[in-house]
Write a protein that binds this ligand. Sequence first.
Ligand code: ATP
Ligand code: MG
Length: 388
Amino acid sequence: MPNKNPFKASSGTTPPLLVGRDDYIEDFTYALDNGPGTHERTTLITGTRGIGKTVLLNHFGDKARERGWFLFEETATPGFVNRLRDQVYQQIRTLGEGSRKTLKALNLNIATLGGVGATFDTLPDHLPNYTLRMALQDLLNFQKQQATHIRQEPSGILITVDELHYNVLAETRDFGAVLQHLTRDNENIAVAVAGIPSSVKPILASKEGENPVTFLRRTNRVELDKVSTDEVRRGLVIPLDATDKSWDTVALKMAIDACGGYPFMIQLVGDWCFRYSETNTITPDVAQKGIAKAQRKLGQLVHEPALNDLSDIDRTYLLHMAQNEGESSTSEIAAKLKKTVQYANTYRTRLLEAQLIHQTRQGYVDFELPYLREYLREHEASMILDYI
Ligand SMILES: Nc1ncnc2c1ncn2[C@@H]1O[C@H](COP(=O)(O)OP(=O)(O)OP(=O)(O)O)[C@@H](O)[C@H]1O
Ligand SMILES: [Mg+2]
């Protein structure tokens, strides 16, 4: 039996078993098959770091590819709209390779920009005035013509955009306008975007320009949350079926508890327990060592970037919370911050929106991410220095 470690504890890497997301994948797949106008064809995924946004986007991409769709994937850093345009342009050129037809005969937008009598072979590597909207229209039209020719159903286009951020508000607005036009024209196109709540919220709330706001606001919202204990168990056990290792009952219980429903921990705990086990059984001793290592890794991979997303005062708020064992009273934190309750509430709201904390009862909050309390305690000194 192969004995390769099946767990994939790395950002954006598809896990051996994606647990707890079947409904979202089903809804999205249904929308791909059901045709233009289906609500889930534009989907916005939000959730805290490490909850599985990127891997869900990848799954959506796989479903589109399996159906013969074109897939264009981008990260929303500056220039993403033009990069998408370039990708689509290259796809059109690839499709047209070997075709002797002039672009004019095909009635494509590139005909105007490519020059009279231009063919696919004479197209330049870059067409600066070519827009994403033109490129998508061309690809859809070209594909429809080819499909008719070979008597096939034309397939569609899926665009995925990861790490949506308000830094690229203007581009997101352009992107939204393009998509809005194409969906209004009933084109066979679908879009899935993802981002952490604190980066996406300002875009949804933005009043500058109408388009991205209406476009993103009307999308199907997928707010990713932790997964159930049963799903965690499946995520830890099933991948081992393909190996010669298995969990001892007590070790499995320890591992499940350590994950706290958090998808990244399933991979980290699985990964390190597998690595540390020298026999066919993952024993409680191994589990203890593996869990401790997984917790440290989680700090580097998730807590550190999550804290970097925050302001100094947000971080200080969390540092004060970390001094308590369980839930924290919001008025007590306000007092420690030497601020009014109202002022402290602004930060509390932001942290709630970022899904780093949750309300336990009226006036009390606790940490959402597993082991963030312990991480903050360990790194308190360096963080307070940063704040000063
Ligand atoms: N549903 C799931 N089942 C099992 N493992 C998962 C699941 N979702 C994510 N993972 C694992 O968790 C890790 C983090 O996933 P991913 O990178 O998709 O998170 P993210 O939400 O995109 O994080 P970030 O906001 O930092 O980009 C990966 O190792 C991935 O394999
Ligand atoms: Mg991601």
